[in-house]
Ligand binder design. Structure first.
Ligand code: AMP
Ligand code: GLY
Length: 449
């Protein structure tokens, strides 16, 4: 078996005439899905894009349909009656609910893993057990069957003494809210006690307690076809709301792609110690991974450690990544479905990219919505800039208004990270809405390694 490492080069594939009238369906409604729809809109093979359920930006390039990502049967029925040739799933909820199993059973082509492999993201205890079984380096941990058992483990000293920092994680899907860094045992006990209120009783039924790791965080995503894989450029997300990485966690306030994030030897080490064992482990366990696999990494002084798997594109990582994709996304999807990634060259624009998220007042708490957004067209006029919509909606008068916490992802490419950031921030300054907030320090630490 060959596991392919496909990095940075520049080319595309010839197409045949019968390929040129495809209908694709994208599931989701955020900035990630706008970036995916935009990549499909550039394909010479796609002539119609549906999106369930989309936003104001997506509606400019796709037909938005009113079906929720959780309505798997309705999505499958739509794909069948609408003669959809390819479905691309944005978020983890549909995957955990088994959308790929349902579509595959009905012979409907879809990108995303089945619910068995989706557990790598939907259950942190499953993911940690998988990492241990397949020798993937990660933080040491304890799984507790309940909050009471988690507190007992701490009191018995399983995670160190009273002053040891540690990380408390809800086992289930929690939209980024289920992880708390605790400075000491008392903070951990407080976090465990509040977890169920924070993320719901189901997600917090089991608790994972983890060793606190320090280092630089990097995300590495890949396309995978069940046996082979092709890496995307490494990215860095900025999860905290405040500059200097302060304040509560968010879904992500900005991302960069830049070659300084991982060296070639680090990529080789991650490939050998994490990617091959993971993909081979998935085959061994009868759940070959087909779709986008995301590794959340901590680069510690003892080497890379895997913090988490995601089984889909990151948001807002995707915005900064797909803006650099120079290969038709349909060709890559077809290769993932056919198992031919090893013979599919994937090319990326040279240089770097940056995505700056513009968020509503109140985010990541309750965001204000309904505010008029100005300046999007002016921002888009800047060469190399794309403005991806997340929480936006068009009102009856055609005016674009805020409709969620993360509103827009202002994304730009450049020959290096400084140029990409300069363009993204120049574009962000052209946009305004009541209460708009964004971090001015995205990518500040990019070259600091
Ligand atoms: P996760 O959803 O597991 O990636 O966790 C969300 C965020 O929490 C990560 O991006 C890290 O910033 C932080 N985090 C998670 N696990 C650890 C750990 N073991 N040590 C330090 N920080 C962590
Ligand atoms: N930006 C992190 C995620 O998509 O999970």
């Amino acid at each position: 078996m060959t596991l392919q490492l496909s990095l940075f080069c520049v080319k595309t594939r010839a197409v045949t005439v019968e390929d040129l009238a495809m209908k694709v369906l994208v599931v989701g409604s955020g900035g990630r899905e706008h970036a995916v729809c935009t990549a499909f809109s550039k394909s010479s093979r796609v002539n119609h894009i549906f999106c369930a359920s989309g936003n104001a930006g997506i509606a400019e390039i796709a037909e938005c349909i009113d079906i929720k990502p959780t309505e798997i049967d309705r999505l499958a029925a739509f794909a069948r009656t609408g003669k959809v040739d390819l479905t691309f799933v944005g978020g983890e909820t549909s995957l955990a609910l088994g959308i790929a199993d349902e579509f595959n059973a009905k012979g409907l082509p879809i990108i995303g893993p089945g619910s068995a492999a989706a557990r790598l993201e939907s259950s942190k205890s499953f993911a940690k057990a998988f990492m241990m079984k397949h020798g993937v380096p990660t933080a040491t941990y304890v799984v507790a069957a309940s909050a009471t058992m988690a507190i007992r483990s701490l009191e018995e000293g399983e995670m160190g003494d009273e002053s040891t920092p540690l990380v408390v994680k809800a086992d289930g899907l929690a939209a980024g809210k289920g992880v708390v860094i605790a400075a000491n045992r008392q903070d951990a006990v407080d976090a465990i006690t509040k977890m169920s209120d924070l993320v719901g009783a189901e997600a917090a039924e089991k608790i994972v307690l983890e060793e606190f790791l320090s280092g630089n965080e990097v995300s590495l995503m890949m396309f995978a076809d069940g046996k082979d894989f092709a890496l995307m450029p490494p990215t860095r997300d900025h999860k905290r709301i405040g500059e200097g990485d302060t304040g509560p966690n968010t879904g992500g306030m900005g991302t960069i792609t830049d070659s300084s994030l991982l060296s070639d030897s680090e990529i080789r080490e991650i490939t050998d110690t994490m990617i091959r064992p993971t993909l081979l482990g998935c085959i061994d366990e009868g759940m070959p991974f087909r779709g986008v696999l995301f590794l959340g990494l901590m680069m510690t002084s003892s080497g890379p450690r895997l913090l988490e798997y995601n089984v889909r594109f990151g948001d807002p990582e995707t915005q900064a990544i797909l803006i650099r994709l120079d290969t038709d996304l349909v060709d890559i999807c077809e290769a993932m479905i056919r198992g031919t990634l090893y013979e599919t060259p994937i090319y990326w624009q040279e240089g770097s990219s940056a995505c700056v998220v513009l968020a509503s007042r109140g985010y990541p708490g309750r965001p204000s919505t309904g505010d008029i957004i100005n300046g999007i067209d002016d921002a888009r006029m800047i060469d190399g800039v794309e403005v991806f919509h997340a929480g936006t909606a068009r009102d009856v008068d055609g005016q674009v208004r805020t409709a969620g916490g993360r509103v827009l992802g202002v994304t730009a490419t450049g020959p290096d990270i400084d140029a990409a950031l300069k363009k993204a921030y120049a574009a962000a300054e052209k946009i305004s809405f009541e209460g708009m907030q964004y971090r001015r320090d995205i990518g500040k630490t990019a070259g600091a390694r």
